[in-house]
Design a protein around this ligand. Structure first.
Ligand SMILES: *Cc1c(COP(=O)(O)O)cnc(C)c1O
Length: 406
């Protein structure tokens, strides 16, 4: 398929595709789950391993500023999410960071007991909240409402509103500024999970007055499998919050080896132990590809790709039901369709090089990453999808056996 879709002719991001290693014959619609490898990252990792680790050894903590890599990487991410320097740090996993910021937020509202979230949240966030509530044993309640009921559920007993901005299944977007303002009016704090926002849509944490945020490094930020996550604390809270994981990296003077814990000022108090330099180096280098792009251009192309995808699927695959908001401004950078045999159809698609993923019970999920996808890719992908549905080539036992990771 060598044709070119007209919308690709004046695509300002077109040249970016070359920065990524995309396997031949693959149309990758899963950058929302695991981003594609930027071509320059292996060389950078090679250098970190062979030269920095191999030659500089322990001296590299100072000579190559390894010790500052969590903050330097955080600052790069901060530029994509409207967070000023010194407010974001790259560390731990998103799950662990949810634990830390939720605990910190609750300690700022000691008289309130309600954690408000919604059923569109990613389960790990809810599991962590529930575990923290048990651990604290102070009578907290985790109140989970339907996404459309969040506004009316922000009552004066809420300590913390904890939401994921872009729903991982449907792509539905919450209005961060509006809900944060409502939370503040009710005396609550707001935590935002940006797992499907960072690098996908423009985010303005400071403009929205968010109190805390977390997010993943391995999705739209392309940091690599299990890349460190990130964490944001608003400047006003930084020196008031306590981390529940008081490790030496959050200490005022880690190398004084004092027996008592004293939190350092600033964002670093939310860090815990020795940073994973190889993974962090990969994430830090991967962020190069965002250096000269405007998130508004990414958003515009993402909308164009997803609109094209929906119209193509609805025209050629009448068996599938749109499971995402139809208004592109209510969606993140993904589109989902539901189909009872969605798992098998997705396996059949993957076997033909079109990679998306499946989320129970019946959601076929397609992510749009404007840095390395073209409109022609979308047309080609839907053609294959339509063929699979028409010929029912998905209808074999091999495609119906569920793997561990879906
Ligand atoms: C992907 C995702 C996570 C994953 O958390 P990990 O700790 O990295 O496994 C958490 N929250 C949301 C909203 C996600 O989409």
């Amino acid at each position: 398929m060598n044709s070119q879709h007209p919308s690709d002719l004046n695509d300002v991001l077109k040249s970016k595709k070359d920065a990524f290693q995309i396997p031949d014959g693959v149309i990758y619609l899963d950058g929302n789950s695991l981003g594609v490898l930027p071509k320059h990252v292996p060389d950078r990792l090679q250098e970190v391993v062979r030269s920095e680790w191999g030659t500089s050894l322990i001296r590299a903590w100072n000579t190559h500023s390894w010790i500052d890599l969590p903050g330097r990487t955080g600052d790069r991410i901060g530029k994509l999410i409207g967070a000023p320097a010194g407010t974001v740090v790259a560390c731990d996993s998103t799950s662990v960071n949810v634990f830390k910021v939720l605990s910190a937020a609750l300690s700022l509202r000691p008289d309130r007991k309600v954690i408000l979230s919604d059923a569109g949240n990613f389960p790990t966030d809810l599991y962590v909240a529930s575990g923290l509530k048990e651990l604290l044993a102070k009578g907290h309640e985790l109140r989970v409402v339907a996404p459309e009921d969040v506004r009316s559920a922000i009552t004066p007993d809420v300590a913390v509103l904890m939401l994921t901005q872009v729903d991982y299944r449907t792509g539905r977007v919450h209005d961060m500024a509006d809900l944060t303002e409502l939370a503040h009016e009710a005396g609550a704090l707001a935590i935002w999970d940006l797992a499907h926002s960072a690098g996908a849509i423009p985010v303005d944490l400071q403009g929205a007055k968010a109190d805390f945020a977390v997010g993943c490094g391995y999705k739209y930020l392309n940091g690599g499998p299990g890349a460190p996550a990130f964490l944001y604390v608003a400047p006003d809270h930084q020196d008031k919050v306590a981390s529940p994981l008081t490790g030496w990296m959050g200490h005022e003077a880690p190398f004084a080896f004092d027996l008592d814990y004293r939190p350092v000022t600033g964002i670093n108090r939310m860090t815990v132990g020795t940073p994973p330099i190889l993974s962090l180096s990969s994430l830090h280098a991967a962020l190069d590809v965002f250096e000269d792009v405007d998130m508004n251009d990414i958003r515009a192309k993402s909308i164009s790709l997803s609109e094209l995808f929906i119209s193509e699927v609805e025209a050629k695959c009448p068996q599938l039901q749109l499971a995402s908001p139809r208004d592109p401004h209510q969606r993140g950078s993904q589109v989902s369709f539901s189909f009872t045999e969605g798992y098998a159809v997705m396996q059949a698609l993957i076997a033909r090089g079109v990679i998306g993923d499946f989320r129970a019970p019946d959601i076929m999920r397609f992510g749009f990453t404007p840095l390395y996808l073209s409109h022609q890719d979308i047309v080609d992908a839907v053609e294959i999808l339509a063929d699979i549905l028409e010929t029912r080539s998905w209808d074999t036992p091999a495609f119906k056996t569920r793997a561990k990771v879906t």
